[in-house]
Write a protein that binds this ligand. Structure first.
Ligand SMILES: Cc1ncc(COP(=O)(O)O)c(C=O)c1O
Length: 403
């Protein structure tokens, strides 16, 4: 199944400025159907939910549709899809709700591979509860997060294991299923950060063994909305702080205040867009949205892997470039330094030549420490499905000039 990159790129107006958008790991551009869905929602008239008039009913339907779409994206139940301003905000909410039942001496396990948004909320909640934090370490030479170490980290007092499905800088995709199985064996919950994995691979929360799966729509061509997916029965057991008159039902009780209704219309459009990236993918014909998402993302993963191979091959051939991480399974994200230049200077130099990349620790603070980079981090160039060979060639050629 070939991937029609010309058709895909044409859907993204922002790409017409001629720049190489290799900054997708920190947020993607938005295609026309998503922009139109958001504009149409406003055009059609919106109101808060629960009213007696049509605009309110429209908002109610937009929320319900967005929950169904995210459930189809990740393989969960629509009634277990919680929306919020960001993955970080939702991880704070869920960790605070879970920690209400923690006792001194209980344990949480976090990893140094993770973005800080799946570390600090747990560390801070643990400190408030008198719980102990245990750290899973990264192999600095490979960028792997060996799953075997969790056998010693998880025990009878473990309450939560927080781990990423993909590192936002190294791309490493740990064996989450093995880690979550160890957690489940002692009755602990597994909170999976799927923010970086979701745009790159077909996702199945059940196969991952994720009790909670966090993702952010702005990483997969949608608006700035975060979401956490969990089993409704699990959410029923939690009682986050909330306002007295707001609904106490699940998942609404986790959603503080008014939801961004127009953006949620954009979330649904983004999932449909992902499902249509490779419309003829394996098993896609006439399938459900879930089937089409899985088929399309399977093709996206293959396309990105080939492009990433080209990027890694080029970087490996440059003696002035130091590349971090070489995990066996990884999202298409390269993290590197250039001899004699700070990461920021490299990013500025590339920006001046029409190439967007990020620099710094990108909130993978613990990981940058483990890699010996410190908080200054490195240069981050991330591929997504709308990048092409030209983007990669431009980056490689400019980096070559910096040698
Ligand atoms: C892997 C990962 N986790 C979490 C986050 C935080 O997401 P949000 O900006 O929605 O809080 C990011 C954002 O870059 C990320 O890349």
């Amino acid at each position: 199944m070939s991937f029609d990159i010309g058709r895909v790129r044409a859907a993204y107006p922002a790409l017409r400025d001629g720049r190489a958008y290799l900054d997708g790991a920190a947020g993607t551009q938005v295609p026309v159907p998503v922009i139109e869905a958001i504009a149409d929602a406003y055009r059609g008239g919106l109101a808060n939910v629960g009213g007696a008039f049509p605009a309110s009913a429209r908002s109610t339907e937009i929320v319900a549709e967005a929950r169904r779409a995210v459930a189809d994206l990740a393989g969960g139940a629509a009634e277990g899809v919680v929306f919020g301003p960001s993955a970080t905000a939702l991880t704070y909410r869920i960790s605070s709700a879970l920690a209400k039942s923690w006792a001194p001496g209980d344990e949480v396990v976090v990893s140094r591979l993770d973005h800080d948004s799946n570390i600090r909320p747990w560390v801070q909640a643990a400190a408030r509860a008198g719980a102990v934090v245990r750290w899973a370490e990264v192999d600095a030479a490979t960028g792997e997060l060996p799953a075997a170490q969790y056998e010693a980290l998880i025990g009878p007092r473990t309450r939560v294991v927080a781990v990423t499905a993909a590192s936002n800088v190294l791309g490493t995709r740990p064996d989450v299923a093995a880690i979550s199985a160890l957690a489940r064996a002692v009755g602990a919950l597994c909170y999976v950060d799927g923010v970086h994995a979701t745009p790159h691979v077909p996702v199945d929360v059940a196969a991952l063994g994720a009790d909670f799966y966090a993702t952010s729509a702005y990483k997969w061509s949608g608006p700035h909305v975060g979401t956490v997916i969990a089993a409704p029965a699990l959410l029923e057991t939690l009682h986050p702080d909330k306002l007295a008159p707001s609904p106490d039902t699940v998942p609404d009780r986790f959603e503080r205040g008014t939801l961004p209704f127009a953006d949620l219309a954009g979330v649904t459009a983004a999932v449909n867009h992902l499902a249509g990236l490779a419309p003829g993918g394996p098993g896609a014909a006439g399938g459900t949205l879930r089937e089409r998402v899985l088929a399309s993302m399977t093709v996206v993963e293959e396309y990105e892997a080939a492009l990433f191979g080209h990027l890694l091959g080029g970087l490996a051939g440059m003696s002035h470039v130091t590349l971090y991480g070489k995990a066996a399974r990884r999202a298409p994200t390269a993290f590197f330094t250039v001899g004699g230049l700070t990461p920021r200077a490299v990013a500025e130099s590339l920006a001046a030549r029409g190439i967007n990349v990020w620099s710094g620790n990108n909130y993978a603070l613990e990981l940058c420490g483990a890699l010996g980079l410190g908080p200054g981090g490195a240069v981050l160039a991330g591929l997504v499905h709308y990048n092409d060979e030209t983007d990669v060639e431009r980056l490689l050629s400019c980096l070559d000039d910096l040698g």
